[in-house]
Design a protein around this ligand. Structure first.
Ligand code: HEC
Length: 159
């Protein structure tokens, strides 16, 4: 019992060391993979909400609320992976221009997160009309950043 406990602690300490190591090295291809994964999860949990508010899928308030709650965290994950060391990396669709003004890029991300917070409030209140307005604002924030800062061609259909 006790042995298992200490082994557990040791495992946590060791994995902490590996995490610190990974952060220190910050391999550019790892950063690109991580931010793409975070973006993909944003799409996974936001896409169905937009589909429901635009009438392409039946509205399910419980799923809307769950996905919106997930998005409060998921929409925070990508941003620290946008580092200037990834300029010119393979398999990235990010325009290198963002590294000339990273605070501006981060402000665009913050604006999107503010729209996500409005979506969460509306979803928790069970206010379908407000969810419709907020989800469209989130979609515009996704589309706008992709338009300005990436070669990623997909755009959310807002109508
Ligand atoms: C502040 C800018 C910004 C915002 C806001 C933003 N994205 Fe992105 N997104 C990017 C950039 C830049 C890329 C290209 C990433 C790369 O290839 O390095 C990208 C790529 C993607 C991809 C493709 C990932 C891949 O595997 O190639 C998806 C999916 C995506 N975004 C979904 C979303 C969704 C959904 C939202 C809104 C909830 C969103 N993004 C908001 C900047 C943004």
């Amino acid at each position: 019992m006790k042995k298992g406990f200490f082994a557990g602690i040791l495992a946590v300490v060791i994995s902490g060391v590996f995490v610190a190591e990974a952060l220190a090295q910050a391999n550019p291809n790892t950063l690109v993979n991580q931010r793409k994964s975070a973006m993909a999860l944003q799409g996974k949990y936001f896409g169905p909400i937009l589909g429901m508010v635009t009438g392409r899928a039946p509205y399910d308030a419980a799923i809307v609320q769950r996905n919106a709650d997930y998005l409060t965290v998921i929409t925070k994950l990508a941003w620290d992976d946008f580092q200037s060391t990834t300029a010119g990396a393979e398999r990235t669709q990010t325009k290198d221009d963002i590294y000339k003004d990273l605070p501006k890029f981060k402000a665009t991300a913050d604006a999107m997160q503010a729209e996500v917070q409005k979506l969460v409030v509306a979803a928790r209140a069970g206010d379908q009309a407000a969810v419709g307005v907020a989800a469209r604002s989130v979609a515009r924030a996704c589309n706008g950043c992709h338009e300005d800062n990436s070669n990623f061609k997909f755009r959310f259909r807002i109508e």
